[in-house]
Design a protein around this ligand. Structure first.
Ligand SMILES: Nc1ncnc2c1ncn2[C@@H]1O[C@H](COP(=O)(O)OP(=O)(O)OP(=O)(O)O)[C@@H](O)[C@H]1O
Ligand SMILES: [Mg+2]
Length: 267
């Protein structure tokens, strides 16, 4: 399979929103947050979910975000992906400062430049597996890349399930459809929030294997929120949040090392 095409997709941003490449010659990250702060509510009831978080996610890498419940993992993912607007700070996707985009442009950016996998699969029940996979392309008016579709269907083992409605698929198969849907348009980043949270360990391992393969074989960039040290061990790097701040990070994680870090954070 050819590597995912990079740098040819249309940008949702204008020249004024486009950042120059880093001057030190290093490859620019797929997505980066700078001093990202998110406060919910006001006054005494205000909750600071993210407190000046600066973090970058390398292109073609699989990164896990971990941390105790309420530490800001989902909030960070939502701000990185344009699902939610930060209170202050910036998020750059490629060269685009997405914190400066209006709602219409953010909608286009989410549709064209990122992919999502959620814990709850989020498939449309009246559409077949194939129709679900192709739906974002149809909505965008894009002709799907048939060769890429065939390859993704083959890799995710969905070839004999394409005509099935989600209700006729197991949880693991439904999540495979969701992963195929997220990968089809070769997004700049796939965001996954607890993608194995509703799956048994075998189906979960399959999904994690597909995500990891998409990184190795397609050059996909994946950012995944998880509570599970085994899931995190599929990633190239783990970043840990605590109380809305970046607390630590770990390269080439093993499940044991991740568990030890989490114990330290929660202790
Ligand atoms: N819409 C909201 N309104 C008010 N507070 C919120 C909202 N969303 C999140 N929070 C608060 O922000 C903080 C971070 O929440 P977030 O959902 O990002 O945590 P998390 O790390 O994803 O937790 P979990 O592991 O339980 O999913 C928490 O204190 C949470 O209560
Ligand atoms: Mg969460």
């Amino acid at each position: 399979m050819p590597p995912a095409s990079r740098g040819t997709r249309p940008s949702a941003g204008t020249a004024a929103e486009t950042a120059p490449a880093p001057e030190d010659g290093s490859a620019p990250p797929a997505v980066a947050a700078h001093a990202l702060t998110k406060t919910y509510g006001t006054g005494d009831s205000a909750v600071c979910a993210l407190d000046e978080v600066s973090v970058a996610f390398a292109r073609g890498a699989f990164t896990a975000i971990m941390g105790p419940s309420g530490s800001g993992k989902s909030t960070l993912m939502h701000c990185l992906s344009g699902l939610d607007a930060p209170t202050s700070g910036t998020v750059r996707l490629g060269g685009t400062d997405i914190s400066r985009l209006d709602d219409r442009r953010l909608t286009l950016l989410r549709r064209d430049r990122v992919g999502f996998v959620f814990q709850a699969f989020n498939l449309l029940p009246m559409l077949t597996a194939e129709q679900n996979i192709l739906l974002p392309a149809r909505i965008a008016g894009r002709a799907p890349d048939r060769a890429r579709f065939d390859r993704i269907v083959e890799v995710t083992g969905l070839a004999d399930r394409l005509d099935h409605l989600p209700a006729k698929l197991s949880g693991g198969q439904q999540q495979r459809v969701a992963v195929a849907r997220a990968l089809l348009h070769a997004p700049e980043v796939v965001y996954a929030d607890e993608p194995t949270g509703n799956l048994d360990s075998r189906s979960g391992a399959e999904i994690l294997g597909f995500l990891a393969d998409s990184v190795r074989e397609l050059g996909q960039t994946v950012v995944m929120v998880t509570h599970d040290p085994v899931a995190a061990s599929y990633a190239d790097r783990v970043v840990f949040l605590r109380d809305g701040r970046l607390a630590d990070e770990l390269a080439a994680p093993t499940a044991e090392a991740v568990s030890a870090h989490l114990l330290k954070l929660e202790g």
